[in-house]
Every structure is written in structure tokens, then in C-alpha cells.
Ligand binder design. Structure first.
Ligand SMILES: *Cc1c(COP(=O)(O)O)cnc(C)c1O
Length: 458
């Protein structure tokens, strides 16, 4: 496999773009391959190499690289007749109506231009609505490049996790370990009257993937209700993917006050959104007092792409297809791991999947009641991705927090596994933390080929 063109392009890029990329995760080693074009479930790089793509733009591309005809037609028509106006259009009303119809907690939506902008606005909204300043977030959670959530530390004290952020921002943020209800109870005990919101991904989608343990979100719901704080679900990555059109909140059966969206809801174009009960969302200007505005917000091309994307999913077997294939993939990888790397953990749900290279994911000898040297494939483990099931033989070892994922063999993923999968023309997310996605363009043959590659490389 030849990468001369990509190497030359990266060389040029390094002179004019910091680190040669416009988003940090793209700086794969030793240099990224530059994409020439997409083709269904595949991408083709500048040297003509063709890869089976599970990165899918890091989340937005539910259909792969050839969206359905109605999406293409709408995008072309809005792009050629505008592309934008600084005045409202019908299609943004249609998309907001669609979201309100399908997502349990949403009555009203404000559209913005990125997931980051959505979470920034949601935090401002929560503070404005409650008149309080503190935000509780999960260690290892990700809410984009925003000052209030780029923190590290614990409930005793948070520091900015990047230079350039005044520590006074972090003073108002309280990071807690995901899945630890006791930690949130303590935080509410200490600061209950000052907490504007608990902001969490329903499933940690940028670290792992980590599923909630039974009862965790229900407890967050009770605590926020009891203390007059808002529960904000950041569904930028899970929205219109996990649980289909009802999103992860519908699937998990927990109703947040405010939800942030992004990725899929823009049909492959830059997008973010803040949705929730009308009484809260109407605090945004001009209905209310919390300032929120944007030149490109509700961009007609994005709104049209998002609306046609979701409409197509409502009328076709899209979620059945992607969920079935990803389920097959997760089961297949689980079987391979039982043989080759029993300490590792398959994670993911719906069309999301990842293998966390956990160091202690295996039941220790005796846990299963079988001989240490017998190849026992009948252990009772979550077979299609970790569900935090207490009866699972791996329950005590599977990742439950961001820190558990951070403890995994990140270097092995990045420097060996990812590279060798790339050599087999399979494009995975380059670090241990980011999720991977099956698209509507993937086929059963693609899954088989992928499992063969996992078998060779693991
Ligand atoms: C991707 C993501 C964001 C940030 O969205 P951008 O569009 O990259 O700004 C925020 N929250 C979650 C959960 C995400 O997955």
C-alpha cells in the first residue's frame, strides 16, 4: 500500500494548518491518509487505497457516503437556491417538528452549528433558567471544545484540562465518576442549592463506549428533581442512532429536561441543537432572556439534509439494518476475543461498537467454575457488547468509568492494532477512546471481512 500522495499533502498541511489537521483526532500516526472521496461504506484516499470505513465522520454519517436520493436532491436544491438568507425557512420548522414528534423530552428546539455550540448554549441556558452556576459533569465525558466542561479533577476540585481556560471557569464545574450514584449524592448533599444542571451523555460515547449501570440515570433524575437542578442529556453522538428516532433517552426510559444534539441531525453537515420542554427552551432570546444567536444557525442546506435523513430513517429499515449488522459484528468480535484476548471488552450498542483493550477484563480462574486451561466459550458474558449486567462473568472488570477506559492499552490500539487494520484496508477510529459506527451502506459481506481481519490482527 502506497501513501506517497498523503505524505506529500501532510507535509504541505504541516506548514499552514496546526498539526496538519483541523480536528485533533485526525492526526493519525505517522501521518493521516488524505481522503479523495467516499463511496458507500468505503473511502478512497489520495493514493487510490480503498478502505472499509467505520469512522463515518466520527458519527454523523448514518448512511455512509452516498446518502439516499431525497437527501441528495434536497441538498442540491437548497445549496443552489440560497444557500442561506438571514431569515427563517420552512424546512427548519419541519425539522423541529420532526424532533418534537419523535424525541420524548423535546417540545422545542433551537438549532446551532456544532455539538460544541449546543452544549455551550445548554449550559448557559441551565444557568440562566435556574439562576445557579455549578454544573456536574462526568469524568471522561465529552461535550466538545467548551470552557465549562474541559476540566479534569474530582468533586473536591476541578482544573481546566487545557491551557487558555481561566481556572475560574473550572471552579463552577464538578466532575464525578460516571456510574457512581453515591458520588453524585454526595455532591448534591454539599452543593445542592448551587447546582444548575447535571450534564451527561446517556452512554459515554467518546470514551469507551460505557453503558450506564442499572438505575444510574434514574438516580440522576431523582436527585436533579429533588434539588431543582436540570438534567441535561448530551445526545450529540447517541441522538438518532441509539434507540433510533426516540434517541437513547427513549431506549433507556429516562426523560431529561434538556437534550443536546448534533452529528446525525444535520445529515452530514455542520449542526448542533438544544431541545427540551418549551418552558425551558423559551428562555432563549428572543422568547426569553438567555442570549443565543448565530449567523449560520438553522442553515437551510443542513436543515434539509437533516430532515430528509431522518424522514428516510422513519420510512425505511435503516435502524434494523445498522443495528443487526453491528450486533453481528459485536458478537463476532466477542467470540474472537474469547480465544485470542480474553482480557479485552467488546462495548457498544445499536450501531456503535468498539473493543476496549482492558487489562483485566477476564474472569479470573475459578470465577467460571471451569478448569483454567479449558477453552470455555460458554461463560455467561454480555455477548453483543457490555451492558453492565450484574450477572455477567466480566461485570467486576468491565469499564464503568472514564478512568477505567483510560487505563486500557491505548498504545497497543494506536500503534499496532489500528495500523494493522489499516493495512487490511479497514478504517477504524485511531485511538482507544472514540466509537466506531456501522452505516446503512455496510453489508453482511463487509462484516465477515472485518471479522476475518480482527481474527488475524488480534
Ligand atoms: C461530537 C460530540 C460533541 C461535540 O460536537 P462537535 O460538533 O464536534 O462540536 C459534543 N458532545 C458529544 C457527546 C459528542 O459526541
Amino acid at each position: 500500500m502506497n501513501h506517497n500522495e498523503s505524505r506529500a499533502l501532510y507535509d504541505r498541511a504541516l506548514s499552514v494548518i496546526p498539526g496538519g489537521v483541523n480536528s485533533s483526532v485526525r492526526a493519525t500516526r505517522p501521518y493521516p491518509f488524505f481522503i479523495d472521496h467516499g463511496d458507500g461504506a468505503y473511502v478512497v484516499d489520495a493514493d487510490g487505497n480503498r478502505y472499509l470505513d467505520y469512522v463515518m465522520g466520527y458519527g454523523p454519517l448514518l448512511y455512509g457516503h452516498d446518502p439516499p436520493d431525497p437527501v441528495q436532491a434536497a441538498v442540491q436544491s437548497y445549496a443552489s437556491e440560497g444557500p442561506m438568507y438571514g431569515a427563517p425557512t420552512e424546512v427548519e420548522v419541519e425539522l423541529a417538528e420532526f424532533v418534537a414528534r419523535h424525541v420524548p423530552s423535546v417540545e422545542m428546539t433551537r438549532f446551532v452549528n456544532s455539538g460544541t455550540e449546543a452544549t455551550v448554549s445548554a449550559v448557559r441556558l441551565a444557568r440562566g433558567y435556574t439562576g445557579r452556576e455549578k454544573i456536574v459533569v462526568m469524568q471522561g465525558g465529552y461535550h466538545g471544545a467548551q470552557e465549562s466542561t474541559l476540566v479534569e479533577g474530582d468533586p473536591e476540585g476541578a482544573m481546566p484540562s487545557s491551557p487558555g481556560i481561566p481556572s475560574s471557569f473550572a471552579e463552577h464545574t464538578i466532575p464525578v465518576p460516571f456510574n457512581d450514584a453515591g458520588a453524585v449524592e454526595d455532591v448534591f448533599e454539599a452543593h445542592g442549592d448551587d447546582i444548575a444542571a447535571v450534564l451527561t451523555e446517556p452512554i459515554l460515547g467518546n470514551t469507551g463506549i460505557v453503558h450506564p449501570v442499572a438505575g444510574y440515570h434514574e438516580r440522576l433524575r431523582e436527585l436533579t428533581d429533588a434539588h431543582g437542578a436540570l438534567l441535561i442529556f448530551d445526545e450529540v453522538i447517541t441522538g438518532f442512532r441509539v434507540g433510533g428516532l426516540q434517541c437513547a433517552q427513549g431506549k433507556l426510559g429516562v426523560t431529561p429536561d434538556v437534550t443536546t444534539f448534533g452529528k446525525i441531525v444535520g445529515g452530514g453537515f455542520p449542526v448542533g441543537a438544544i431541545g427540551g420542554r418549551a418552558e425551558i427552551i423559551e428562555e432563549f432570546t428572543p422568547a426569553g432572556e438567555v442570549f443565543q444567536s448565530g449567523t449560520f444557525s438553522g442553515h437551510p442546506v443542513t436543515m434539509a439534509a437533516g430532515y430528509e435523513y431522518l424522514n428516510y430513517a422513519a420510512e425505511n429499515d435503516v435502524y434494523d439494518h445498522v443495528n443487526r449488522l453491528a450486533d453481528r459484528l459485536r458478537r463476532g468480535i466477542t467470540d474472537i476475543l474469547a480465544d485470542r484476548a480474553p482480557s479485552y471488552t467488546v462495548v457498544g450498542t445499536d450501531s456503535m461498537f468498539k473493543t476496549v483493550f482492558t487489562r483485566r477484563g477476564a474472569p479470573v480462574d475459578g470465577d467460571s467454575g471451569s478448569d483454567a486451561d479449558s477453552e470455555d466459550h460458554s461463560l455467561d458474558v454480555c455477548e453483543a457488547g457490555c451492558r453492565q449486567r450484574e450477572s455477567c462473568a466480566k461485570y467486576d472488570h468491565c469499564p464503568k468509568t472514564g478512568a477505567d477506559v483510560a487505563d486500557a492499552e491505548a498504545e497497543r490500539w494506536e500503534r499496532i492494532f489500528w495500523q494493522e487494520m489499516q493495512e487490511r484496508e479497514i478504517f477504524l477510529t485511531a485511538n482507544q477512546f472514540e466509537s466506531q459506527f456501522v452505516s446503512y451502506a455496510h453489508t453482511d459481506e463487509d462484516i465477515e471481512e472485518t471479522l476475518e481481519a480482527y481474527k488475524e490482527v488480534l
